[in-house]
Design a protein around this ligand. Sequence first.
Ligand code: HEC
Length: 117
Amino acid sequence: MKKPFGLLFATALMAVGSLNAQAQDDIPEDMKALMTKHTCIACHRVDQRLVGPAYKEVAKKKYTDAQIVELIYNPKPANWPGYPPMAAMKQVPKDDALKLAKWINSMGGKAPAKKKA
Ligand code: HEC
């Protein structure tokens, strides 16, 4: 099934472009849903300090996925001097916590992180 690939590609690019223009951040839809459901989004963004650290900064700490899950359940404010303490989020199901952890860690090596503001 041959399709005009160029056209498809252009459409895909446009879709990505408009997504980026709308969203203040590059959060994939499924992660945005989890972040919203569990309120993480109130305090965290990918690339920008809010109440809590940018997830890209968290990724730099090179935690394992399991360590991040543990930190969601039992935050260690001492890891983030200058931030208010995060409340323990024990209501987040393990599956969801793990998905968020994997996503946070996926920001690791990608795109040299910006200098800390
Ligand atoms: C009310 C604001 C708030 C909410 C909601 C919140 N966080 Fe945080 N988060 C913080 C702050 C502040 C810190 C830094 C201080 C700390 O770790 O206690 C932090 C730190 C973290 C860290 C780094 C832990 C470490 O020790 O390096 C991770 C990972 C994290 N949050 C994930 C999440 C996830 C996932 C959610 C949603 C399930 C969430 N946070 C919800 C404010 C919040």
